[in-house]
Design a binder for this molecule. Structure first.
Ligand code: NAD
Length: 490
């Protein structure tokens, strides 16, 4: 067996181990090979990272830069990302086991986030409100918040980090990134590019370890200003509570149980493709997975059998192989959870039309067959909770009102898909759907230009779009008197 690769954290521009010297192992989800060790950061490492980020925030090297120069650094970083897109994609696959074609397409788009927010850095303008008092000049300035802690999940580490880091740096904040303990190495590899782009030491720090160890200390640290979190509900709640003690600003991007709604007048093949991609891309391990198929009763049987036909043909295998269509589940915990959910659904009365079983492969990778469940009603557990795996439930509806009622009968509200050729229906439904993103005759489109986030249990706040920079800034109201004399107060 070859020697394990060893990784360091990036703190204050230096590559460092954990203060305790502790490490943990990281495993390739497809080969199941433990191939590297990563520092197991603890509270003392959190303190070091915050001190480095705070010092950088107050330094001339960073605060002294004009907004245009900050933007130029982000542009330079974007060029380096383009140069490294292939190796970053491979690093992501080694960490999370998703298909290379999928991660490559994400990495090809990644630089767009840094360019867009680099371009916005010097477009943040203040305001002068038109007060009645002629003897006053009132300026509204926008200042960076300070140190931002960015916490990311394992499914798309570098893309989701970009949603946070790019606008935070454009705003003039400094950053500490803590990736998931399952996917630490791609973020550590990425960290090198900040140095090469010329960011001053300490502006971006990358620490590794477990949520309840280094993570908990970071989010409750008194010297940070904001926590930007993407992950599951339990983690999100713990972070929210930890940050509340210090009254920190928090944004939470959490999970979903998104409806993908197909009407009888939809373009049949397009809807099939949209539903398949909506749930089975990334083996269902995406926050916006269209995990509830709501299909009009008149076409339900035909639609489900056409779907099942396509699902049976999907090729499972090595995520590095371009022929692979379904990659393994990323972690053992996730694998068990998905199988448990399938069993719960069956015991609640659901029927498995296709899939529902684990699939053994030589490497020992954890595969679950893409699964379609019928006989599901929206009050069953499988229709209410996020599975985060390749499991689609089918719920028929008769008319628009019923589709809307079922779609909105959820505590989440991240996304919704709508398939219809009736424009007026699309507009009516879109207005009433309670979801942060609604896709009509398409699914899964996201962009740095458009706000992303959810209603209800899907989270708090929005990422991306022009408004994202303001999420990392604080208004400062300045009053300047132009009066010759200050009136006597008494
Ligand atoms: P997770 O909540 O288990 O972990 C996410 C991150 O939070 C990890 O880095 C973890 O170490 C950290 N963490 C956990 N507890 C913490 C604590 N107390 N303090 C600080 N950090 C802590 O989530 P996961 O399993 O990695 O990711 C899957 C979840 O992420 C799914 O629910 C999915 O829907 C969600 N997700 C949401 C979006 C979105 O944009 N809305 C995008 C992708 C994934």
């Amino acid at each position: 067996m070859s020697a394990l690769a060893t990784y360091s954290m990036l703190i204050g521009g230096k590559d460092v181990p954990a203060c305790s010297g502790a490490t943990f192992e990281t495993q390739n989800p497809y080969t199941r090979e433990v191939w590297a060790t990563v520092p197991r950061g603890g509270p003392e490492d959190a303190d070091r990272a915050v001190a480095a980020a705070r010092a950088a925030f107050e330094s001339d090297a960073w605060r002294g830069l004009t907004a245009t120069k900050r933007g130029a650094l982000l542009m330079r970083l974007a060029d380096l990302i383009d140069r490294e897109a292939v190796s970053l994609a491979k690093a992501e696959v080694r960490d999370n086991g998703k298909r290379l074609v999928e991660m490559q397409s994400q990495m090809n788009r990644l630089s767009g986030w840094y360019r867009y927010f680099g371009g916005l850095a010097d477009k943040v303008e203040g305001r002068i409100p038109p007060h009645d008092n002629p003897d006053v000049l009132n300026l509204i300035l926008h200042e960076p918040l300070g140190v931002v802690v960015c916490v990311t999940p394992w499914n798309s580490p570098l893309l989701l980090a970009a949603y946070k880091i790019a606008p935070a740096l454009a705003a003039g904040c400094t950053v500490i990134l803590k990736p998931s303990e399952y996917t630490s190495t791609s973020s550590l590899e990425f960290g090198r590019l900040f140095k090469e782009a010329g960011f001053p030491d300490g502006v971006v720090n990358i620490v590794t370890g477990f949520g309840n160890e280094i993570g908990a200390r970071l989010v409750s640290h008194p010297d940070i200003a904001k926590v930007s979190f993407t992950g599951g509900e339990a983690g999100g709640l713990a972070v929210y509570q930890g940050a509340a003690g210090a009254l920190h600003d928090v944004s939470l991007e959490l999970g979903g149980k998104s409806p993908n709604i197909v009407f009888e007048d939809a373009e049949f093949e397009n809807a099939i493709n949209g539903v398949l991609g909506g749930i089975f891309a990334a083996t269902g391990q995406t926050c916006v997975a269209g995990s509830r198929l709501l299909v009009q009763s008149s076409i339900a049987d035909r639609f489900v059998s056409a779907l099942a036909e396509r699902v049976r043909d999907l090729v499972m295998g090595d995520p590095m192989d371009p022929a692979t269509q379904v990659a393994p589940v990323a972690t053992e915990a996730q694998f068990r959870k998905i199988l448990d959910w399938i069993e719960f659904a069956k015991s609640d009365g659901a029927t498995c039309v296709v899939g529902g079983q684990p699939r053994e492969v030589e490497s020992g990778a954890l595969f679950i067959e893409p699964t379609i469940l019928t006989g599901v009603t929206n009050d069953m557990r499988i229709a209410r909770e996020e599975v985060f795996g390749p499991v689609l439930v089918v719920i028929p509806f008769d008319d628009e009102a019923e589709a809307l009622r079922i779609a909105n009968d959820t505590s989440y509200g991240l996304a919704a898909g709508l398939w219809t050729n009736d424009l007026t229906r699309a507009v009516r439904m879109t207005r009433k759907l309670r979801a942060g993103t609604v896709w009509v005759n398409t699914y899964r489109q996201v962009s740095f230009m458009s706000p992303f986030g959810g209603f209800g249990r899907s989270g708090i706040g929005r990422e991306n779009g022009i408004a994202a920079v303001a999420e990392f800034m604080e208004p400062k109201c300045v009053w300047i008197s132009t009066a010759q004399a200050v009136p006597r107060p008494f």
